[in-house]
Design a protein. Structure first.
Length: 121
């Protein structure tokens, strides 16, 4: 078992939700329980391998609950645990910030390609 000393609360949170896909998984599961295919379509752009890996990690970390109905065709639902819901709730202000600043960030991202590396002030 791996032991880790965290430097701050943000370090703790990022150890659970670090990466591109986990916050999006939490966002979509915060609204409702989803089947795998629904979740994949809602997120968009994620490979099956990556989504499965991220869901397994979130399940092991106690953030996501996986309910396998053991039937054919396979039916598996994913939902947030109560622990996962506290984490999803913590992301709400970050989502609000993104919504509020979407235009500015789109401009910044578009300008990244044309930036020659020198800062502008």
């Amino acid at each position: 078992m791996e032991s880790r000393v965290f430097s701050c609360g943000l370090d703790v949170a990022l150890s659970v939700i670090g990466g591109k896909w986990k916050p999006l998984i939490l966002f979509h599961l915060a609204h409702e329980t989803r089947r795998y295919g629904e979740l994949k379509r809602a997120i968009g752009g994620v490979s099956d391998k990556m989504l499965i890996q991220q869901l397994k990690e979130l399940n092991v970390d106690g953030v996501v609950d996986r309910c396998d109905y053991q039937q054919v065709p396979p039916k598996v639902d994913y939902s947030l645990t109560s622990f996962g819901r506290t984490l999803a709730d913590a992301l709400v202000p970050l989502c609000s910030w993104g919504t509020e600043h979407i235009t500015k960030v789109e401009e910044l991202v578009a300008n990244r390609g044309s930036n020659d590396g020198r800062g502008t002030t």
